[in-house]
Design a protein around this ligand. Structure first.
Ligand SMILES: Cc1cc2nc3c(=O)[nH]c(=O)nc-3n(C[C@H](O)[C@H](O)[C@H](O)COP(=O)(O)OP(=O)(O)OC[C@H]3O[C@@H](n4cnc5c(N)ncnc54)[C@H](O)[C@@H]3O)c2cc1C
Length: 332
């Protein structure tokens, strides 16, 4: 038997989107607003992004430096708590027991929570190696950027000595920063595209200052090694094959919405994003269930998803007051 409780609004995910929605709703006095976060610390992805650039503002075409991810995450958590929301960490929403009832699990036990409205803010994650269909052994030493950052910045784990980074989007350059901080040499950055997708100065800094070669038009075709990765097989679009020796491989970018909970609840997904289909008011096709942040679209800057969270709070409050839900939600 699970203990059962009711709250007014239940928010799943304490990243920038969920925390902003929580702050907005609690400040508006809608009643008990509870945020569930499966990690031990709230804040979402910025918790483990030690670079700056979070919450940066643009003025007259110039963008400021922003702040570090952990500092940004703490500020978002503090704002939600100050507004009166309750943020519970180490609690995972595992499934649905009714349209607005979620089952949870945590080290303290199982629980069943019913709300007047549910906000899904579960974010997005990078596609892991298995889903990218790279053949080869199941050797250790293979990460996504998120896994790498958590291992280095949250748990201080030893990573390896020589890495290959797959991808050339901004997130790949964040992975290079983390590898540098962990003292790992980078053998090469490999991308199937014809050029990098980062700012010119970021790409130039990586090549010229840190000496990281960027191999364009090349795909990683194989992971080699028993127990631990010892090399990656690379195929250039001209057909040339090569092996790069390394003990660490980081797959970057290629984000997919963390839609598992939405799917289990029968929420329709948008074919384009594979996240919950929502209308302009963040409503899904299940009355009372909203979705906000990266779960509903491609990865956006933290400030942009936090702004969505505030707007979603207005929609949720309007629904709590009116009880109205349109019969057709765009994209479904
Ligand atoms: C490597 C990297 C670098 C970045 N750098 C920048 C930058 O410099 N500047 C910038 O503005 N943005 C940056 N971003 C983007 C920014 O971090 C994200 O857009 C933002 O964190 C998305 O917020 P979110 O709330 O939608 O999701 P997330 O931050 O992903 O938060 C979702 C939360 O939901 C929790 N969760 C998921 N499922 C459950 C469940 N079933 N039960 C309980 N909890 C659950 C997760 O644990 C997670 O904490 C970066 C992103 C990455 C990956």
């Amino acid at each position: 038997m699970r203990p059962e409780r009711t709250v007014d609004v239940l928010i799943v995910g304490a990243g920038p989107a969920g925390l902003a929605a929580a702050a907005g709703l609690a400040a508006a006095g809608v009643g008990r607003v509870e945020v569930l976060e499966r990690e031990e610390r709230a804040g979402g992805v910025p918790r483990h992004c030690h670079h700056g650039g979070f919450g940066a503002r643009t003025f007259a075409g110039l963008t400021g430096p922003g702040t570090s991810g952990p500092r940004y995450a703490r500020a978002r958590v503090d704002a939600a708590l100050r507004a009166g929301a309750s943020v519970r960490t180490g609690v995972t929403a595992t499934g649905w027991a009714g349209p607005l009832t979620l089952d949870t699990t945590s080290p303290r036990g199982l629980e069943r929570l019913t709300a007047r409205a549910v906000v899904l803010a579960t974010g997005a994650r990078e596609r892991p190696r298995a889903a990218r269909l790279v053949p080869g052994s199941r050797a250790a030493g293979v990460y996504t950027t998120g896994e790498l950052q958590q291992a280095v910045h949250l748990y201080g784990q030893h990573i390896g000595t020589r890495a290959v980074v797959v991808g050339a989007e901004p997130v790949a350059y964040a992975a290079l920063d983390t590898l540098r901080r962990a003292g790992v040499e980078v053998a090469a950055q490999v991308t199937a595209e014809s050029r990098h997708r980062a700012t010119p100065w970021r790409a130039a800094e990586s090549r010229l200052r840190y000496g990281v070669p960027l191999l364009t038009g090349a795909a990683v075709t194989e992971l080699v090694g028993r127990g631990r990765v010892s090399a990656v097989g690379v195929r250039h679009r001209t057909g040339l094959l090569a092996q790069l020796s390394c003990d660490t491989v980081v797959f970057t970018g290629d984000f997919v919405p963390d839609h598992e909970l939405a799917r289990r609840g029968g929420v329709s997904l948008a074919p384009g994003t594979r996240g919950p289909a929502i209308d302009a008011d963040f409503r899904t096709d299940i009355p009372g269930v909203f979705a906000v942040g990266n779960v509903a679209h491609a990865v956006e800057p933290a400030g942009a998803v936090a702004a969505e969270g505030w707007r979603a709070a207005v929609s949720v409050r309007r629904y709590l007051l009116s009880g109205r839900w349109p019969s057709v939600v765009r994209g479904v």
